[in-house]
Design a binder for this molecule. Structure first.
Ligand SMILES: [Zn+2]
Length: 165
């Protein structure tokens, strides 16, 4: 069967940022998201090293606690992945969320470009069902299916409906 679920959320306008939703979606994906955003690999290490934001040489660590992108710098502070993005790109909280949302693939934006399912698909499908019906027949006594249903499953012989093919 076809799944039209991808078109269900289609909207004409970009929806407002859902901070909680983005936060949930990015959880566990911070290292790859931060790479996409441009954070050099050396700042994705959980060993003490130089900090991207201040002049500390060995005070920074990326620990990604519970997959939330957590970092610690003994000099300029700690925070989750959004705080890291904010500090790294020097942007506002909203901008940090927007950047992460885009890096995640911008599902909300892609949905705007999804075209409705091709008209006629449903018709083709019903034709296929009819064809399948014509090419098969009901269960007759002696068929392996009949033996299975009556002997193995213990169904009464006259209880097998004609819809069973
Ligand atoms: Zn620092």
């Amino acid at each position: 069967m076809h799944d039209y679920g991808t078109t269900r959320g289609a909207r004409k306008q970009a929806p407002p940022l859902d901070f909680a939703e983005i936060k949930q979606r990015v959880q566990g994906h911070w290292p790859s998201i931060l790479r996409v955003i441009g954070l050099p690999e050396q700042f994705l290490s959980n060993k003490n090293g130089p900090c991207f934001a201040c002049n500390g040489r060995d005070r920074y660590r990326f620990i990604d606690r519970n997959g939330d992108g957590w970092y610690i710098c003994n000099q300029c502070g700690s925070g989750d992945g959004f705080s890291l993005v904010q500090k790294f790109l020097r942007v506002s909280t909203t901008e940090a969320f927007r950047t992460v949302d885009k890096a995640l693939g911008g599902v909300a934006i892609e949905r705007q470009h999804v075209t409705p399912a091709t008209v006629g698909e449903g018709k083709d499908l019903s034709g296929l069902i009819e064809q399948t019906w014509r090419e098969t027949r009901g269960v007759l006594a002696g068929d392996p299916v009949h033996a299975y249903l009556t002997k193995t499953r213990g169904l009464a012989v006259d209880s097998i409906p004609p819809a069973i093919r």
